[in-house]
Design a protein around this ligand. Structure first.
Ligand code: F6P
Length: 320
């Protein structure tokens, strides 16, 4: 193994650049040639591949987004697309591809490895939806961004004695809503894993009003099966309160990575390069029992998420 490619794929996340930087520099230190694959799997298919050196990753550690760019490739979801990508990688004599991304990116990596090209995966998504790892790179920064937004929204909600529904990202995973709901003192976190009904939501709002609360905050995961607008309308209708929506959207995906995300990204890259040097391929690096380590990619993809019900219940208890 002497020449590796590295790509970032799917939604960008703070810490992606830190991971790319560490892959390039640890890789070169381990006497590997490191090639950047631009625009994720789309770029792999189109041969957007260029050698990197230590200076190619200068001054990126603190930056959000990804210098390698990213994309969501429809073509790569087909067998033909995967074959094309592997052919391109072989033209550049790549022996292995390091994939930095979330769930969908890992599935793409599995398809590559099934066709004979070795891969190593590093979990990087704000969604925190990869079950095998205790945390994904990007989640910590995103959750802190959401928390800051909640803190600001509290001020104005309180001034107007309002209820605010704050929509956060996360696809089918409610962690962004759950963690920020608990740490931000929300009345309710609406998550896809445990669907609360409108009676409960309105009861929580009115319970707060009747006990003298100035405002109420409902944090809603985008994967919750009722739209933010419908929730706003319904809660306003049933409680007679002023209810406003705030969709945080891409605001929560950008920004300089936190200390934790930079450290995890760097450590994951270190483990990834060590695996490559040891000849261990098709592995997913992640945090297991508090330690950055690795498991087989197949096992990582089979792992089932467990919902943190205790955290959900705490939101209910603490907001009474
Ligand atoms: O996977 C990360 C994520 O930000 C999700 O939380 C969100 O649903 C999605 O990406 C948005 O994707 P796009 O950037 O394609 O709009």
């Amino acid at each position: 193994m002497s020449r590796i490619g590295v790509l970032t794929s799917g939604g960008d996340a703070p810490g992606m650049n830190a991971a790319v930087r560490a892959i390039v520099r640890y890789g070169i230190e381990a006497e590997l040639e490191v090639y950047g694959i631009y625009k994720g799997y789309e770029g792999l298919i189109n041969g957007l591949i260029k050698e990197m050196n230590r200076r190619s990753v200068s001054d990126i550690l603190q930056r959000g987004g990804t210098i390698l760019k990213t994309a969501r490739s429809e073509e790569f979801k087909t067998e033909e697309g995967v074959k094309k990508g592997i052919d391109r990688a072989r033209i550049f004599n790549l022996d292995l591809i390091v994939v930095i991304g979330g769930n969908g990116s890992f599935r793409g990596a599995k398809a590559i490895s099934d066709m004979g090209m070795p891969v190593i995966c590093i979990p990087c998504t704000i969604d925190n939806d990869l079950a095998y790892t205790e945390q994904t790179i990007g989640f910590d920064t995103a959750i802190n961004t959401v928390l800051e937004a909640i803190t600001r929204i509290r001020d104005t909600s309180s001034a107007h004695e309002r209820t605010t529904v704050i929509e956060v990202m996360g696809r089918e995973c409610g962690d962004l809503a759950l963690y920020s709901g608990l740490a931000g003192g929300a009345e309710v976190a609406l998550v896809p894993e445990l669907v609360a009904d409108m009676d409960y939501v309105c009861m929580k709002v009115m319970q707060g009003v009747n006990s003298g609360k100035q405002h109420s905050i409902i944090v809603k995961a985008e994967g919750y099966p009722v739209s933010t607008d419908d929730i706003v309308k319904e809660v306003a209708k049933r409680t007679g309160r002023s209810v406003k929506p705030v969709v945080l959207s891409y605001l929560q995906r950008g920004g300089s990575p936190s200390l934790r995300d930079r450290l995890i990204a760097t450590e994951c890259a270190d483990v990834a390069i060590n695996l490559i040097k040891a000849g261990e391929y098709n592995r997913a690096v992640g945090i297991i029992n508090g330690k950055v380590t690795d498991i087989s990619l197949s096992k990582a993809l089979e792992a089932k998420r467990t919902f943190n019900e205790a955290m959900y219940n705490s939101i209910d208890i603490l907001s009474k």
